[in-house]
Design a protein around this ligand. Structure first.
Ligand SMILES: O=P(O)(O)OC[C@H]1O[C@H](O)[C@H](O)[C@@H](O)[C@@H]1O
Length: 429
């Protein structure tokens, strides 16, 4: 269950404004549930939770277990919705400097030649014991034609075929739409194992399909628990969408009153990948018809030492959303030392979690006093189940809030403009 704390934001709007926005939110929620809003053929992210495909989840888990037994490196090759979800979950749930299971690398999420060159060098370099690394590649692209992903796939695939010969076919897994796209042609030619992204689920809503589930399972995370966390949130929200309605209504009211930015962040670095996932989800869903809150990302307390100044005293056109984890992620305490030259003895024996908590509470207070409405979205614990809850909470909130703006949440026509200009310059025929 996701809790939200609105006390530090509601004072920025009138009660009557919020009341009327809540009524609008109810209507928007009904549009989502009844499938009567624009883009209603893209509601598969709800369908898969209403009718979970246990056989597919099992199959993914089994396939991932096999890969985990053999792989030193698992490369996730995708961009946008085809990589942010997996990255978010893996960063949130796996320990930093984790050395258990295959190392998860990302590719195809930008066009840096240097990065790809170094990635190839790294995967070719033998292990400490002199054995070659065992590499697997998961290319993920719904359209099967996104340039960044296609270029990285071509490059790494070539290396895999050279390095492994025919065995490359069992080391390359493709996740794409059922039909169409050049990727499907390549799969048919080479016989790679294929996972299907359902037609009615757009990239940014696809984390709970094989797009996110396979990489997350390969990273050793229990995808069934994650999935059923989302199912539980789905069921909760169908019965009582109060938290989603309140947050959507508040976001909408603030937007209407001239707020232009939502600074989305956390004091837990583990959740910054999740913030990046929400950035695409919100940005591509609401940024149309001259509307929308720009989803900016801030990682605290790091960024309090940079853009914190801007949040505190810059142009008063922003709100802030912070992801909070209540229980400590570690029992790490400030160590005792013999003297107090560093003048930190007043923190002796304190949990880092508690110091971080004070930093957060102080920040919320200061930002609110500085004129920034702050919403806190609270998880009791950081685990697969809670993250599943949070994923569906955000998917639903986005759809409801964007319907309130009278915008189709499920398309992204503007993304094509740069592509056309780029392809013209590259001389694509
Ligand atoms: O999965 P793909 O078809 O490769 O798409 C990857 C991403 O690229 C696009 O340009 C879209 O704007 C995103 O919504 C999408 O998630």
């Amino acid at each position: 269950m996701i809790k939200i704390k609105l006390d530090n934001a509601v004072d920025f709007v009138e009660e009557s404004e919020l009341e009327s926005a809540l009524q609008q939110a109810e209507k928007a929620f009904k549009q989502v549930v009844d499938g009567t809003g624009p883009g209603n053929d893209w509601l598969g992210w709800r369908r898969i939770l209403a009718e979970p495909n246990d056989a597919e989840i099992d199959q993914i888990q089994q396939h991932a277990t096999k890969i985990r037994e053999d792989a030193d490196i698992f490369i996730v090759c995708g961009i946008g919705g085809s990589f942010t979800g997996a990255k978010a979950i893996i960063e949130a749930l796996n320990m930093p400097f984790n050395e258990q299971g295959p190392e998860i690398l990302f590719a195809g999420h930008h066009m840096s030649g240097r990065y790809l060159e170094q990635l190839l060098k790294y995967i070719q370099a033998p292990k400490e014991n002199g054995d070659p690394k065992s590499v697997y590649l998961n290319v993920i692209s719904k359209s099967g034609s996104t340039l960044e992903t296609a270029l990285a796939f071509r490059t790494i695939r070539k290396w895999m075929h050279e390095a492994y010969g025919d065995e490359a076919k069992s080391r390359i897994v493709a996740t794409t739409g059922q039909t169409g796209g050049v990727l499907n042609k390549i799969i048919a030619e080479e016989g790679y194992k294929k996972y299907i992204i359902p037609e009615d689920i757009g990239g940014r809503y696809s984390v709970l399909t094989p797009v996110g589930l396979l990489p997350v399972a390969v990273a050793g995370i229990d995808v069934q628990t994650l999935y059923y966390g989302a199912v539980a949130e789905f069921e909760l929200q169908e019965k009582n969408p109060e938290t989603v309605l309140k947050y959507s209504a508040l976001r909408y009211t603030l937007h209407k009153k001239g707020v232009a930015l939502d600074v989305i962040g956390s004091f837990e670095p583990e959740l910054m990948g999740f913030a990046a996932w929400t950035q695409q989800l919100l940005g591509e869903s609401e940024g149309k018809k001259g509307k929308g809150l720009f989803p900016a990302i801030a990682g605290y307390s790091t960024d309090l030492h940079s853009i914190g100044q801007m949040v505190q005293q810059g142009q008063r056109n922003m709100m802030e959303t912070l992801f909070v984890v209540e229980s400590p992620l570690s029992k790490m305490k400030v160590p005792q030392v013999e003297n107090d030259t560093d003048q930190l003895n007043y923190l002796d024996g304190k949990l880092f979690h508690d110091i971080n908590k004070s930093a957060r509470e102080g920040t919320v207070q200061a930002h609110r006093e500085g004129g920034v409405p702050v919403v806190e979205i609270i998880l009791e614990k950081l685990n697969a189940q809670q993250l599943g809850h949070l994923i569906y909470f955000y998917e639903l909130m986005t759809a409801v809030y964007v319907y309130m703006l009278e915008v189709n949440p499920f398309n992204q026509p503007g993304v094509e403009n740069y592509k056309q200009a780029m392809y013209r310059l590259l001389g694509k025929r």
